[in-house]
Ligand binder design. Structure first.
Ligand SMILES: Nc1ncnc2c1ncn2[C@@H]1O[C@H](COP(=O)(O)OP(=O)(O)OP(=O)(O)O)[C@@H](O)[C@H]1O
Ligand SMILES: [Mg+2]
Length: 374
């Protein structure tokens, strides 16, 4: 086998054009439904972007398209991501040939985008962000969500980190959400409703697919998940963002009305600089997203003998950063082995040991974000 030979793009487009678009009767490529076509060694995939109301109608089309791709010489793995999105072609879309379109650069979408929509039946959306990776954002998001549950609030967690979804592992989930009546039902665990982009994007997919697919998958997360009903709305949804200030953040804030963002940082200077960048990005959004406060994670290591704080990463950095930003300092979470172990084992500490020192810190943060228990 010659590994360097890629599947032929023209053959792929011709194959896809044999499948009829149920709306227009045209072939899929001619109808402009083949977006973000990616062809790599042994694989091919694209995004099938349709109006939200048509998602169910196009599910068999997606399956047929995957079969058609697999029938093309050299394609061993096919992935067609069905996403429910805007009906009109998105600004920035580049037409390449015969109606096939490349995925738009999400940054180009900032202009002329409709205003952010409120999630149906969700009272409040709080995003957890950081500039730097690995500062404990997911650990904080998961445990903060559990702390809201303990306050008696109906709480959801949306894991939006396409580059490294953590909710399934941190919450010990190994099932897939169900698609019912055209909507995805979140999974229920630890009193939470949980949806992870990890359920939609194959973790084994090469990185190169993830960038362009991420924004579309994110839109599906926003539009197609049934978080609650008119009679039984969600009180709060925590959104765990990927690190950085990239496309996902833009898509999220352009599409989804976020009521506020919590910034997580370690006390280190480098993490603080990134936290500053992240908060500047949220403030520059149109409309600006309020910064609800800063949480300092891995704030210190408690001396095993005395419990006295040993400031491994420096001291007080996030607190003074919060002051500089003019936002509340929400609390400091120490380096804690049980917290780390709980995350690794899918048993969040706040749910299993709410009265531990760390459990109480999260409870205090949840209370200050929400107000005292009614
Ligand atoms: N306070 C803490 N004490 C001990 N371990 C922690 C603490 N916070 C986070 N960790 C551990 O640090 C690692 C990174 O945490 P986590 O995955 O929450 O970071 P993240 O900011 O979400 O990372 P990414 O940027 O990759 O999304 C995990 O192994 C987690 O268990
Ligand atoms: Mg994370």
């Amino acid at each position: 086998m010659n590994a360097a030979v890629l599947p032929d793009r023209d053959a792929i487009i011709i194959a896809l054009d044999q499948i009829a678009d149920p709306k227009t009767g045209q072939g899929l490529a001619s109808a402009g439904l083949v977006r973000g076509l990616t062809v790599g060694e042994g694989r091919a995939g694209f995004m099938l972007e349709v109006a939200a109301a048509d998602a169910a109608l196009y599910a068999p089309v997606r399956d047929a398209a995957e079969r058609a791709l697999l029938a093309v010489a050299g394609v061993r793995k096919a992935q067609v991501v069905l996403t429910a999105a805007a009906k009109a072609p998105t600004p920035g879309v580049t037409r390449v040939r015969k109606g096939a379109q490349l995925a738009p650069d999400p940054r180009a979408d900032t202009h002329g985008m409709p205003p952010a929509e409120r999630l149906e039946h969700v009272r409040r959306v709080i995003a957890v962000a950081s500039g730097k990776g690995g500062v404990g954002k997911s650990t904080v998001a998961v445990n903060l969500a559990c702390a809201f549950v303990a306050l008696g609030l109906k709480t959801g967690l949306l894991d939006a980190d396409v580059y490294g979804p953590s909710a399934p592992k941190m919450l010990g989930i190994d099932e897939q959400p169900k698609f019912e009546d055209g909507k995805l039902s979140p999974l229920r665990v630890w009193g939470l409703k949980v949806m992870s982009i990890g359920f939609l994007v194959d973790e084994a997919s090469p990185m190169i697919w993830r960038g362009p697919m991420a924004s579309s998958a994110m839109r599906q997360m926003i539009q197609d998940v049934r978080w609650g009903t008119a009679e039984d709305p969600l009180d709060v949804l925590i959104v765990d963002l990927p690190p950085g200030t990239g496309d996902i953040h833009l898509t999220l804030v352009q599409k989804l009305a976020v009521d506020g963002v919590v910034i997580v940082s370690t006390p280190q200077e480098i993490a603080l600089i990134d936290a500053r960048r992240a908060s500047a990005m949220f403030r520059k959004m149109n409309p600006p997203v309020p910064i609800l406060g800063v949480i300092e994670n891995m704030a210190f290591f408690p001396d095993p003998a005395t419990g006295a704080p040993i400031p491994i990463f420096g001291q007080g950095g996030a607190r003074s950063e919060a002051e500089r930003l003019g936002v509340p300092f929400l609390g400091e979470i120490p380096i804690d082995i049980a917290l780390r172990k709980g995350a690794d084992e899918g048993r969040p500490l706040v749910a299993t040991m709410p009265d531990s020192a760390v459990g109480r810190v999260f409870a205090a943060i949840a209370t200050s974000l929400h107000g005292p228990r009614p």
